[in-house]
Every structure is written in C-alpha cells, then in structure tokens.
Design a protein around this ligand. Structure first.
Ligand code: ATP
Length: 343
C-alpha cells in the first residue's frame, strides 16, 4: 500500500463542494505538490490529511492505517505530521531553541531526547548559533526555518507544507526550495506541498496534482504536466501560454498549414495553444502577423504579435535575430496543442 492514500475523498461546506471525489496515492519519500488557483480545494485537502477537517465522504490512510473517514477522525496531535504554514508561526516570547523544543515537551519526551532532537533540527536548518535568540530578531527566512526546524524535530513521516515560502522574497524562496529538498533527502519524510506558484511546484516536486474547483485535472511528473497537459486548463496553468481561436472557416482557408488533428476536423471552433518559447520566426510559417510590441526582459525578448484581431506572444533569447515593431513576420509553432471550443 502507498504511504499516503486518499480514497474517494469529498468535502462539502454546505452547498460548496470544496473537494470532489479525490483519489490519490503518495509514496514514501515522495514530494507531492498540489497546484491550482485560489479556492480550488488545496488547503482543504491538506487540512483533511492533517486531521483539522473531517471528511464528508471517503477515507484517508497513512502508513496502512485508516486515519479519517466519514465516521472517524484521528486527532491531529496524534498523527505526528510536521506542518509548516504560510504565516511565520513562531512564538516571540520563547527563544528559538524553545520554539523548536516546545512540541516535544508537550509530547512528554525525556529531557535528553528533547535536547538532542532540537539541536539536530537547529543544525539541519542552520539555526544552531541562533538557538538562544528571540525569533523576532530573525529575518523572514530565519523565522520560516524555525517553523521548519520545529516540524523536523518531531521526526515526521509526513510533512505538510501550505504555501510555506509565499511571504519570502523571490531570491530567498528559491534558496529555501533547495533546502526543503535537502532536508527531505536527509530525513526521508514524504512531503505534501500546497502552492499556487507553478514554478515552485515544478522545481520541488516528484509529482504534481493540478486541481480546479475541487476536481483533479491531472496528476503526473512536472515534465509530463508541462509537455503533455491533459486539457486547456492545465496548459494555461503551467508555464506561459498563448491561445488563438481557430474557426472552421480559418481552417478551410489555412487548412494544410495549420495541420489540424484528424479527430478534430469536424469541430466548428478550436483553441490553438502554444508556448511563447516554442514559436519560431520564419519566412513562410503557418501563421502570419505584425509585431505590435517588442520588450526587452533581460535574457529574453518578448514580442507581441497581432494576428488579425488576436494576439500571440513570442519569447526569444536576446541574441536571436527577430523582427522589429511594425514588421510583418511568419510564425512556426514548434509544438501546437489543439483543444475543442473557443478561448
Ligand atoms: P487558496 O489558494 O486561496 O488558499 P485553496 O485552493 O486552498 O485556495 P480552499 O481554501 O481549500 O482552496 O477552499 C476551497 C473552497 O472551499 C472555497 O470555495 C472556499 O471558499 C471553501 N471553504 C474552505 N473552507 C471553508 C469553510 N471553513 N467554510 C466554508 N467554506 C469553506
């Protein structure tokens, strides 16, 4: 059996179905991210795994034990999961050491064990020399490390992380991502990570779940979610995306050039999806447009191309040659995706 297993889990708040028939298996030592727009049910799912929220339907098993069902909810403090949430949950009146040791004291562990686990967790999170300080003196990243150390000290099998880096600046966020991964390798726990930041999910995860309105859209590796998005929603949520509406009339006009998939030839209206980094400028090309705007973004140049009434973004390395504003250009889509219906 998988380490964490959710079977037909549903959560309703009155008329709102926050999570709808979720099935999920997470293996021991896996980093699993839940990704989706605000309100899609990520936090509710995490809270059900933590035991803070009861289930309307279904079951949650961890390590082969049934922890939650419609009639059962094993209390959070007995689950021994590490948890780190968005807000820096440090106690300002306690030292860094005591912040980390406190949950162990509540559990009634022997003093020597508390000392050892706390010092180990502080060392792993680079806080050893701040042990006697007030956490209030630490930076945002430092406070978030205290929260991580506290979660590590209980020796969790499962670490539940809900947007733990969202209040940090971009540079620190990136650094902390690697630190979380390093800690996971060292301690061997499974991670369930909630974020709405797709870059963070891609960088950290072994697998990603993309959710919309409480319903799973796709569960796969970051590479597969990016390269083989199962529907238009997933395509638009992962990475930068362009969508052009193509009607049957367009297709008849530009038919061969656009090479529509066989099974979509009868559709009246289609969405043609592409990534800005996967479009080449060329003389011929299946599409033609005019450069409406050209912005220098550092490493890349971002082009806004007008195609009739519609727009497409193209991104090219700053060293690559490209047309200027007002010029006509041909475009070749390296990896077009087609979805039924309009944008
Ligand atoms: P965010 O990224 O904004 O945190 P989320 O994906 O984590 O969003 P949830 O917080 O799980 O989404 O919310 C899912 C849905 O359930 C939303 O429609 C929300 O309004 C609703 N919801 C969550 N908690 C409650 C509650 N305690 N009572 C009523 N409705 C709730």
């Amino acid at each position: 059996m998988s380490h964490v297993q959710l079977i037909n889990v549903t959560k309703r708040f009155g008329a709102v179905t926050a999570v709808n028939d979720l099935n999920l298996k997470i293996e021991k030592g896996e980093c699993f991210s839940m990704l989706g727009p605000s309100g899609c049910g990520k936090t509710t799912t995490l809270r059900m795994v933590a035991g803070f929220e009861d289930l309307s339907e279904g079951e949650i098993h961890v390590g082969g034990r049934l922890l939650s069902s419609r009639t059962k909810n094993w209390p959070p403090e007995k689950r021994d999961f590490g948890m780190v949430f968005q807000a820096f949950a440090v106690w300002p009146h306690l030292s860094v050491f005591e912040n980390v040791a406190f949950p162990l004291r509540v559990r009634g562990l022997p003093v020597a064990e508390i000392e050892k686990r706390t010092r180990d967790a502080l060392t792993s999170t680079n806080l050893f020399y701040s042990a006697e300080e007030s956490p209030e003196k630490l930076s945002g990243g430092g406070k978030q490390r205290v929260a991580l150390a506290r979660a590590l000290a209980i020796n969790p099998d499962v670490m539940l992380l809900d947007e733990p880096l969202s209040s940090l600046d971009p540079h620190l966020r990136e650094e902390m991502r690697f630190e979380i991964r390093d800690l996971q390798r060292k301690y061997g726990f499974s991670i369930i990570y909630v974020t709405h930041d797709q870059a963070e999910a891609m960088a950290l995860s072994d697998r990603i779940l993309v959710m919309k309105l409480g319903v799973v859209q796709q569960i796969d590796t970051p590479l597969n979610v990016y390269n083989h998005p199962i529907n238009r929603f997933v395509f638009s949520f992962i990475g930068l995306s362009n969508f052009l509406t193509v009607t049957r009339a367009d297709f008849q006009f530009q038919g061969n050039a656009l090479s529509l998939p066989e099974d979509m030839r009868e559709c009246e209206t289609l969405s043609l999806a592409s990534r800005p980094s996967e479009i080449d400028f060329c003389d011929e090309g299946e599409l033609r447009g005019v450069v409406a705007r050209k912005s220098f973004l550092g490493e890349v140049v971002d082009y806004q191309i007008k195609i009739g009434e519609q727009e497409l973004r193209v991104q090219k390395n700053r060293r690559a040659p490209g047309p200027d504003v007002g010029e006509n250009c041909g475009l070749h889509l390296l990896r077009p995706f087609w979805y039924e219906g309009e944008n």
